[in-house]
Every structure is written in C-alpha cells, then in structure tokens.
Design a binder for this molecule. Structure first.
Ligand code: TXA
Ligand code: MG
Length: 322
C-alpha cells in the first residue's frame, strides 16, 4: 500500500504526471463521460493485477480496454459490419463492444481473463481522450471504486474509496452521463451484456434489429452482472410510493416525498442517470450503516432501464460481496 494518492489537475502538467505514473505500471483514476475509471496499462500483467488488488475484486474478471480512436480499436478486436456501424454512430461515447480478440495485440491476458474476446471502448470525455493520447497505449479501466460499492462520478468519490490504494486521480469534475457504458457482445449474435449510458433503443435503431438480452442466450454472466453491486451500506427498497418511518427518501419527478434528494424533479432520465450514484452516496451517508433507503419508481424506458438495473443491484441481498 502506498502513502498517499495524488490528486492531479486535468491540465498538461497533471496529465504528463499521470501518463508517467501509468508508464511505470502505477494505477491512475481518470474521468470518463460515464464514471471515473481506475486506469492501468492494459499491456502490463502487473498493472492489471494491481487493478484487481486495489478494487478488492474477488475474481480476475475481464476488463474494458480504453483506446482513443477507432483505428486503435481495430488493432485489438475484429470489427465486423455491425461493429463498424455502431462505432461510426456512437464512438467516442458510452458504448463498449465485445469483439473477437485479434492475435498479437500485446494486451495482458489478464485483461481478457483468457477469453477469446476483448471489450473495447473509445471514451468521449476530453480528459480521457488527452490522457490516452499522452500515455500512448491502451488503458484497462473498470470503475474506480472498491468492488461491490457505488461507482464514482467525482474525484472525491474515488478518493473516498481508494485513497492510499492507487497512485493518483486526475480531477476532471463530475461525469456527465453518470452510468457505466452499455456493453454489446458482438462475438456472436448481438447481445446486450450490460445496460448503460447509451439506450438500447438507440443501438437497435442503428443495427436495424432487436438485440437479445444476456440472460436469454445463457452466456456466462459478466461481473458487472453480480446480483449485488453498486451497494450502499444500508438497505434499499425500490418502487416505493412513500417513505416509511426511518427511511431516507430518494424521489423522482412528482414523487417528491419529504426529502431533499430527488434524481430529477422534472422527471428527466438523462439528469437522473447523471445524478444517480451521487444521490445514492448522499442517501447512504444520511441513512448510516444500518439505515434504510427508499427509492421512487423510475420508468423502464430509455436510460430508465439502466438506472433500474443499477438500483436493483443496489437493493439486492449482499451475499455475493466480501
Ligand atoms: O463506463 C464504463 O464502461 C466504465 C468506464 C470507466 O469506462 N468502465 C467499466 O469497466 O465499467 P469494467 O471493467 O468495470 O466493466 C467490465 C465489464 C464487466 O461486466 C465485464 O464482465 C465485461 O465488461 N467484459 C469485459 N470483457 C468482456 C468479455 N470479453 N466478454 C464479456 N464481457 C466482458
Ligand atoms: Mg464497476
């Protein structure tokens, strides 16, 4: 364990320092438009293993590889016509494609967990873009939080969870999307592996076809699919129409309740996604370790699907996390 985690600015000197740390195999958290990522050199076994250790992840699960542009994505995964079409429409942006991995990519086998596929994303956040270019290589980057805990959308969140466990965090302010990327499997039939910051409706419109859900195909579930995930310390009750005695209320739209917490007073799902993890953290600190949180109903359309996915994991029984 290291002494202290540096908070770096997103200006040139901060990015140069971050890239230097990454080149030496150290871990640096950085902002993306979805959530803060815990970055490590995707070609270094030591760096990738360090990511699992810093997060306290129970297993070596495959990680998303971040690259600055389509050309570098094509050098890692085999992009068929569907992948090219989705990439043209949504990269850079909150979409991850799982593609057949090419030979001789130089990636650490830990990053793909020995699978024949690789998860690739081109992030849109200007700081992520700059860091990838200054570093000059692919970055493995899961969300920068201890395993099973709420994902970070601000540099302060990263430090609350990982201070002393990683070398640095680049502070780029609050993340705009607020939910992890949508993951589409394209190493076979197009499959939704994780709902996220890009709606399934938008993806289906570009593909001109419906995509199946991971559970329908019976493929092995992704780690992000652990039932209990994004968990606050207290318990969470969903689809609540009012707060019961002692519950901290998280409202949405007209479900205002007697609380200062509302994911979006106007019922805007984009705003609700962006504020979700921050509001969950605030509710968690108000409720305390054995506290109870109640959340108003969120419509199951567009980004509401990804929001409900994260809320169901936050509410799930905790048996699966250490
Ligand atoms: O928004 C995001 O995607 C964030 C930011 C930092 O970019 N990153 C993120 O990464 O959420 P990570 O590593 O936590 O997400 C990994 C997810 C897991 O659910 C994993 O199982 C899935 O991607 N995944 C990675 N490689 C895979 C593969 N080859 N096949 C199937 N799923 C894979
Ligand atoms: Mg995560």
């Amino acid at each position: 364990m290291m002494e202290r985690t540096e908070r770096l600015s997103a200006a040139d000197d901060g990015l140069a320092r971050a890239a230097g740390l990454l080149r030496s195999g150290s871990l640096v958290a950085f902002p993306t438009e979805t959530v803060y990522g815990l970055g490590g050199d995707a070609r270094s076994d030591l760096a990738v293993a360090g990511i699992f250790e810093a997060k306290g992840r129970p297993h070596f699960n495959p990680l998303i590889v971040h690259v600055p542009d389509l050309g570098l994505a094509r050098a890692l995964g085999r992009m068929d016509e569907r992948a090219e079409r989705l990439a043209a429409a949504f990269w850079p942006g909150p979409m991850t494609l799982v593609l057949p991995v090419l030979d001789s990519t130089g990636l650490s086998p830990l990053v793909t967990a020995g699978l024949q596929s690789v998860a690739i994303r081109v992030p849109a956040h200007p700081v992520a873009q700059l860091l990838l270019r200054v570093f000059g290589g692919p970055l493995a980057a899961p969300s920068a939080n201890p395993s099973g805990r709420i994902s970070p959308t601000r540099a302060d969140h990263v430090l609350q969870g990982l201070s002393g466990r990683i070398a640095a965090v680049v502070d780029g302010g609050a993340c705009g999307v607020g939910l992890e990327s949508t993951i589409i499997g394209l190493d076979g039939k197009a499959t939704l592996l994780r709902p996220g910051g890009l709606t399934v409706e938008a993806i289906e419109a570009v593909l001109g076809a419906r995509i199946s859900q991971a559970t329908e195909t019976g493929r092995p579930t992704a780690p992000g699919q652990l039932a209990s995930h994004y968990a606050p310390a207290g318990s969470v009750r969903l689809e609540a129409t009012e707060a019961l005695d002692g519950e901290v209320w998280i409202g949405f739209s007209d479900w205002e309740g007697d609380s200062n917490l509302n994911l979006s007073p106007t019922g805007n799902l984009v705003e609700a996604a962006a504020s979700l993890f921050h509001v969950l953290r605030l509710a968690d600190s108000q409720a305390g370790p054995n506290g109870r949180i109640a959340v108003a109903p969120i419509p199951e359309v567009g980004l509401g699907r990804a929001i409900n996915d994260r809320l169901r994991r936050a509410a799930a029984p905790r048996a699966t996390i250490p």
